[in-house]
Write a protein that binds this ligand. Sequence first.
Ligand SMILES: Nc1ncnc2c1ncn2[C@@H]1O[C@H](COP(=O)(O)OP(=O)(O)OP(=O)(O)O)[C@@H](O)[C@H]1O
Ligand SMILES: [Mg+2]
Length: 250
Amino acid sequence: MPSGSADAAAGPGGPRPPAVELRDVVKAYDQGFRALDGVDLRIERGEFVAINGPSGCGKSTMLHLVAALDTPTAGAVLVDGSDLRTVADLSAYRRNHVGLVFQLHNLLAHQPVLANVELVMFGTPRNAHERRERALDLLGQVDLAGREHRLPGQLSGGERQRVAIARALANDPELLLADEPTGSLDSVSAGHVLELFQAVHAGGVTVLLVTHDHGIAAAADRIIEMRDGRIVDGAPGGGAADAVPAVGPA
Ligand SMILES: Nc1ncnc2c1ncn2[C@@H]1O[C@H](COP(=O)(O)OP(=O)(O)OP(=O)(O)O)[C@@H](O)[C@H]1O
Ligand SMILES: [Mg+2]
């Protein structure tokens, strides 16, 4: 949970704030073009939400704002009840609270796969041995056992994507944000990634991902449809959102 909690109404045993909340969020670029045009969204803890919509409708922009990789022009983004504008250490927020799998995976080109996963665990309580064990375990889960010592440039695009997924899970995030995580995977690998996301979700992690993959969308509690910088379907409620386990007293 990020520090600097401003809006959290949750006392012990009280109602928990949503995992993610967007309040009338606008992201404007040059000439007044609005990549996001007044988005209201509430995602409960432990919910698995898929975002769908045509190219350019603002899906990645929205994920970037939740990841605190960019700031809204207007409106507020709250994570766990904290307005991200009040969070002093955003890199700690990203390292400790969220796992990110983005369209450009930003792997360190000169570091082998194993180090790419281990490095995000620096500054956490895990010691070197635990970091290695964790990285090997995750790389096995994404079917990359045996490729740990390769450089990213010696992997296929889909394999690089799976390294990014292992890296995103390394610090046991409370919130997993993924942008087309199976976009360049064959159907077998995509199936394994879906199983991994389902396991993560079953462990209580909130999952928010952009996908056109019907298998992933079918596994989600709720599908949000976006058009032209707006949410046109799926918020609030809808889908199977009522399958979300209740947290605290109703
Ligand atoms: N830095 C920028 N400057 C100006 N316009 C931008 C910038 N970044 C994104 N946009 C525009 O904002 C809109 C939304 O972009 P975004 O990347 O969120 O789309 P998307 O829904 O993720 O699309 P895709 O499915 O192709 O990944 C697009 O029209 C894009 O051209
Ligand atoms: Mg995108």
